[in-house]
Design a protein around this ligand. Structure first.
Ligand SMILES: *Cc1c(COP(=O)(O)O)cnc(C)c1O
Length: 407
């Protein structure tokens, strides 16, 4: 392969691809000097919650220690009975699946559209049973699910929709923020997300009763401020610390700029890739605004010899880090779900009297052809707010050369 001079790309694993600076340090210093590092008494997490809710155009939200905790709070608020089913996607982070099991429900997997990598109303509809309790949709890589048909289906079946927006800050659908369209929205503030506190998360709901339940769930279900407070139900401590809150406040001040930069650079790459045979830019959802957590290339193995793996190998050899096949296999083929490694040897909640009248849950790759196709063809490029035109033009050149060599 012809060697173009290598460019060092910014990484979201360290300062090269993140935007932490004097603002974060100033907010942190205020918290440290206050001596209050806990959000029950402090002001930083509260300020972040207020400002993030405002940013979304919602009345309130709740900060939690991770995206996993956010999904956990959402599922707990829905309060499934043991053995109920929650429909989700096989292309997601395990942190969006384990909370379903912790709340004694069973994850059921709808297929994805092979071109957008997102679940659809049609694939969800096939998985609805009398035990379905909720639907989780994931706006993968920052591109929104096609929400109107999903919300219409959910309304018809009277099912709540949890939106996993961990990868989708600033992603819009018909002009509205994802996370505000369904019943509950979940966000992650993990190191590599659009904005970060190292670890962290948020949940948001328009329904005050659900919001209240999530606030209780994230604080041992203790009824602070009630006339006769008690621990009302089973709940962990999922409070965010003031240290995270301080960084979150500062990051939120930069969020719109960071999102705009990701979009601008991604659109530059898309324009540069026009006409490259065998490699397609992300397919955008009609009515959506992709906020590009990552930039997924779609490889046509009929044109590119060796498909995603071969293209990925060439990009890496040239210095463009990438992840062919993203999570490698659908979530239901991971050990925890394949072998049902849950609570002791019980295989709970997959098995037990609460499932006595139901058919067994079967995870079968043959039922998710879109997922198999999507994972086989995708090469995921990392992306962050520090990419500039020089980086993008270099990446485009490497892709163009690699595609030509493999065509
Ligand atoms: C990152 C991520 C999560 C989990 O978030 P953590 O903060 O790592 O717990 C959940 N869902 C999706 C889609 C994610 O990308």
């Amino acid at each position: 392969m012809s060697k173009s001079p290598s460019v060092s790309l910014p990484s979201d694993a360290n300062a090269s691809g993140r935007s932490f600076g004097t603002e974060e340090i100033a907010e942190l210093e205020k918290v440290i000097r206050s001596g209050t590092l806990n959000c029950t008494r402090g002001t930083a997490v509260k300020a972040f919650e207020e400002r993030f809710a405002k940013w979304l155009g919602m009345p309130a939200c709740r900060a939690v220690p991770s995206g996993t905790a956010a999904v956990h709070a959402a599922v707990a608020a829905i309060d499934p009975e043991p053995g109920d089913e929650i429909i989700t996607t096989p292309i997601t982070d395990m942190g969006a699946i384990t909370p379903i099991l912790y709340q004694t429900a069973i994850p059921v997997f709808a297929d994805v559209d092979p071109e957008t990598y997102n679940v659809t109303a049609a694939t969800i509809a096939k998985k609805i049973t009398r035990r379905t309790k909720a639907i989780i949709v994931t706006h993968l890589f920052g591109n929104p699910c096609d929400m109107d048909p999903i919300l219409a289906l959910a309304a018809e079946k009277r099912l709540p929709v949890i939106e996993d927006c961990a990868q989708a800050f600033g992603c819009l659908y018909k002009g509205k923020h994802v996370g505000t369209l369904g019943t509950i929205g979940c966000f992650s503030l993990q190191q590599g997300k659009h904005m970060s506190t190292g670890e962290g998360g948020m949940v948001v709901a328009g329904d005050p009763a659900l919001m209240r339940r999530m606030v209780l769930f994230t604080d041992k279900a203790w009824g602070y401020g009630d006339p006769n407070p008690d621990h009302y139900f089973l709940a962990p401590n999922y409070r965010m610390t003031e240290l995270q809150g301080a960084v979150a406040v500062a990051q939120l001040g930069k969020l719109d700029r960071m999102i705009a930069r990701r979009i601008e650079m991604a659109e530059r790459l898309t324009a540069a890739l026009a006409g490259v045979r065998g490699v397609a830019a992300p397919k955008l959802t009609p009515g959506g605004r992709d906020s590009y957590w990552k930039y997924p290339l779609r490889v046509d193995p009929a044109v590119i010899q060796g498909g995603a793996d071969a293209l990925g190998a060439k990009l890496k050899a040239a210095g463009v880090f990438c992840v062919p096949r993203y999570i490698q296999k659908p979530a239901f083929e991971c050990q925890i779900l394949r072998d049902r490694v849950t609570f002791g040897k019980s295989k709970f909640p997959f098995e037990g009297p609460h499932r006595a009248d139901e058919p067994p849950i079967v995870y079968d790759r043959a039922e998710t052809p879109g997922t198999t196709d999507a994972l086989a063809r995708v090469v995921v490029l990392p992306w962050n707010e520090r990419y500039d035109p020089e980086h993008v033009d270099w990446i485009a050149g490497v892709i163009r050369t690699a595609a030509a060599e493999l065509a």
